[in-house]
Write a protein that binds this ligand. Structure first.
Ligand code: NAD
Length: 364
C-alpha cells in the first residue's frame, strides 16, 4: 500500500482552560470529513498540561508521548491555569509544551499571520497598513535560550543570580534556515533573517550561517534585520515581509506581535514541523479569564487543523476547504467578541462560531 493511501492517525490533546471548548468544533469537523470519505483517518485522545498533572501527577505523561509516537500528527489545544502556577517548574503545564516539542523534534514553528480582509477593522493598525497582510514567522523551537545550559537560580556569597544561556550550533541554524528558504520558494521568495548580531555571538554565527545556506537558494532573496528593528517594522510596514526566520526567544515575541496585526490572538494557528510527527496548535494559551464562558474564539484551533492537513497529511484541498469555511462565516459578519468591529452583524459564542464554520464546511 502506498504511504499516501495508508490510514492516517492523529493524536488529540485538548488540554486546559478554553482548550476543550475550542476543540469541540474540531471534533465535529473531523467526524464529518471522515464520514464523507474525504480521508481515511483515525484519532485517539490524550492528556497534557494541568489536567494531566491532576490525573497522573505529570504534565506530560509517558503514555501521551507513546501515543504521539504512533501518530502522523498531534493537535493540541492549550495548557495552563492559575491553579498550577505555584507548582514546581517541572510539574507546570507549560513544561509539557517544551517537553512534547523536544520529544517530537519539531524544531521549526511556522506561524502564519494572514489577515482575513473581513477583519481589517479589528486590527489596532490602520487598514491600509495591514490589508492583504500575508507573512509567516519561522521560529526555531528546540534550541536557544529556552533550552541552553547552564540555567537556574544560583546563590553566590549570599547574592542570588538567575542564569539562562543563549546558544545555537551551526547544524541547528542550517536546518531552520532551510525550512525558511524552502517555504519562501512556495511563496513570494523573500526571507528576512532576524538576529541581534551587533551584540550577541550566537547571532553573529546565525547571520554567517544564513549567508552560507543562502548560496543553495539563489532564487530567494535574503535580507537581515536586527530584532529591535524587526519589532518596529512589524507595526510600521508589516507588508514588506514574506518569511521571517529567527531564533526561539525572538520568534516567541515577534510572532505574538504579528498575531496582534491580524486582530486577535484567537485567530492565529501554528504548525511545528521538522520531526516525523508534526504538532499543531493555536498560539493562544488557556485563557483562564474566559474559560467556561462560551466566549473563546475557536477559529485559531480550527485553522490549526487546516495546517495539520496541509503540512502533515499533504491534503491542501482539505486545508483550503476549512479556511474557506472560516472565511465564509466572517464574510457573513459573524464574530466572537475578540474580533468584533466594523462589519459585525452578529456576535456569537464559541459553540455557535464552531457550528457556523461546520455548517459552511458541510455545505461546500
Ligand atoms: P492567553 O493566550 O491564554 O490569554 C491572553 C489574552 O487573550 C486573554 O485576555 C485571553 O482571554 C485572550 N484570548 C486567548 N485566546 C483567546 C481566544 N481563543 N479567543 C478570545 N480571546 C482569547 O495567555 P496568558 O493569559 O498569558 O496565559 C494564560 C495561561 O495559558 C497561562 O497559564 C499560560 O502559561 C498559558 N499559556 C499556554 C500556551 C499554550 O498552551 N500554548 C500559550 C501561552 C500561554
Amino acid at each position: 500500500m502506498n504511504s499516501k493511501d495508508r490510514k492516517k492517525k492523529i493524536l488529540l490533546l485538548p488540554g486546559d482552560g478554553i482548550g476543550p471548548e475550542v476543540f469541540a468544533p474540531v471534533m465535529k469537523i473531523l467526524e464529518h470529513i471522515v464520514k464523507t470519505g474525504q480521508i481515511a483517518l483515525e484519532w485517539e485522545e490524550g492528556l497534557i498540561g494541568g489536567i494531566a498533572t491532576d490525573r497522573t501527577g505529570y504534565p506530560l505523561p509517558p503514555e501521551t508521548l507513546e501515543k504521539a509516537d504512533r501518530s502522523d500528527a498531534v493537535l493540541l489545544g492549550a495548557v495552563g491555569g492559575p491553579k498550577y502556577d505555584t507548582l514546581p517548574y517541572d510539574k507546570r503545564p507549560e513544561r509539557a509544551l517544551l517537553g512534547i516539542r523536544e520529544h517530537l523534534g519539531v524544531f521549526a514553528n511556522l506561524r502564519p499571520a494572514r489577515l482575513f480582509p473581513e477583519l481589517a477593522a479589528s486590527s489596532t493598525l490602520k487598514p491600509e497598513v495591514i490589508s492583504d497582510l500575508d507573512l509567516i514567522v519561522v521560529r526555531e523551537l528546540t534550541g536557544g535560550i529556552y533550552f541552553g545550559k547552564p540555567r537556574g537560580i544560583f546563590e553566590e556569597s549570599g547574592v542570588r543570580r538567575g542564569v539562562n544561556t543563549e546558544t545555537y550550533t551551526e547544524p541547528e541554524i542550517v536546518r531552520i534556515l532551510r525550512v525558511a528558504f524552502d517555504l519562501a520558494r512556495k511563496r513570494r521568495k523573500r526571507v528576512t533573517s532576524v538576529d541581534k548580531a551587533n551584540v550577541l555571538e550566537s547571532s553573529a554565527l546565525w547571520r554567517e550561517v544564513a549567508v552560507s545556506v543562502h548560496k543553495d537558494y539563489p532564487d530567494v532573496e535574503l535580507s537581515h534585520m536586527y530584532v529591535d528593528n524587526a519589532a518596529m517594522q512589524l507595526v510600521r510596514n508589516p507588508k514588506q515581509f514574506d518569511v521571517l526566520v529567527t531564533g526561539n526567544l525572538f520568534g516567541d515575541i515577534l510572532s505574538d506581535e504579528a498575531a496582534q496585526l491580524t486582530g486577535s490572538i484567537g485567530m492565529l494557528a501554528s504548525a511545528s514541523i521538522g520531526g516525523k510527527t508534526g504538532l499543531y496548535e493555536p498560539i493562544h494559551g488557556s485563557a483562564p479569564d474566559i474559560a467556561g464562558k462560551d466566549m473563546a474564539n475557536p477559529l485559531a484551533m480550527i485553522l490549526s487543523l487546516a495546517l495539520l492537513f496541509r503540512y502533515s497529511l499533504d491534503r491542501e484541498d482539505l486545508a483550503e476547504n476549512i479556511e474557506s469555511a472560516a472565511r465564509t462565516v466572517l464574510k457573513d459578519g459573524v464574530r466572537t467578541v475578540d474580533i468584533q468591529g466594523k462589519g459585525t452583524k452578529k456576535i456569537v459564542g464559541t459553540r455557535e462560531m464552531g457550528e457556523r464554520v461546520f455548517s459552511a464546511l458541510s455545505k461546500s
